[in-house]
Design a protein around this ligand. Structure first.
Ligand SMILES: O=C(O)CCC(=O)C(=O)O
Ligand SMILES: [Fe+2]
Length: 248
């Protein structure tokens, strides 16, 4: 007879390392190089999305609460998680980082930036700590009808890891309409380029935080990116943002 082992409910069914290892990182790196963003389909399961979104009202999980309209950031609200992060988010943060650091190091070399990202996220957080950046940056966002997130860059100090990840926790068309994830890319002496990233619930987008190199005819040039969310037309939308540098 087969033994059945029931996993405790709070444990993610697949380890973060295993789910991250399931993606084609060569293809993701190529998408990031070409467009400044790449989609990781199905990073979270539906019930995992619900589990994270449900944390929103519980203050004990968060260190601060931002009402976007008060700061001119848009309309809607978000909360920065406290350490220790929920397992699912902390696990993804450390499992995604080594893959993205390969792309980030290649970008720095192409942009002539003399900085190397260590292979382990714990070591990068040590560097952040040394720069006075000790507060956790992963966040949970909540949008209602009429809400939007103005184009911005998530920079919280001198140290900034150049790629971040956002996971959509609500299902477009069912839970909400509108609310598209938008990325703009400002090119030197040229007009800006926009990307609208189609996401389903559980999909993640990895994208450039502020700068990335673009291969031109005369070598690499640097573009400046911003991201945001278009107006939510109906329903409710939740996202979890995974930023790899900590904040001052
Ligand atoms: O809600 C979104 O899709 C964008 C969230 C965001 O700005 C972020 O994760 O940094
Ligand atoms: Fe953001």
């Amino acid at each position: 007879m087969e033994a059945t082992v029931k996993m405790p409910e709070h444990m993610p069914r697949i380890s973060a390392e295993n789910r991250v290892a399931g993606y084609d990182w060569t293809a993701i790196g190529a998408e990031l190089d070409s467009y400044g963003c790449a989609v990781l389909e199905g990073l979270l399961l539906g019930d995992e999305c619900a589990e994270i979104a449900r944390l929103y009202p519980y203050e004990e999980h968060f260190r601060s609460h931002v009402v976007m309209a008060r700061h001119g950031f848009g309309k809607g609200e978000y909360r920065y998680f406290r350490y220790p992060l929920p397992d699912l988010i902390g696990g993804l943060r450390s499992a995604l980082y080594p893959r993205l650091s390969v792309v980030a190091n290649a970008w720095n070399a192409r942009m002539g930036i003399d900085q190397h990202y260590p292979a382990a996220h714990a070591d990068y957080l040590d560097l952040c700590r040394g720069a006075g950046q000790t507060r956790p940056t992963p966040l949970l966002l909540q949008y209602q009808p009429g809400d939007f997130n103005c184009l911005h860059q998530d920079l919280y100090g001198d140290l900034a890891f150049p790629i971040q990840v956002a996971v959509l926790l609500s299902e477009p068309g069912r839970d909400f309409t509108g609310g598209e994830f938008v990325l703009t890319e400002q090119r030197p002496r040229m007009q800006s380029r926009a990307e609208v990233v189609p996401l389903r619930r559980g999909d993640a987008v990895a994208f450039a935080v502020h700068n990335r190199p673009v291969q031109g005819t005369k070598g690499n040039y640097r573009v400046n990116l911003r991201h945001g969310v278009s107006r939510v037309r109906s329903g409710h939308r939740h996202t979890v943002g995974i930023i790899f540098h900590d904040a001052r």
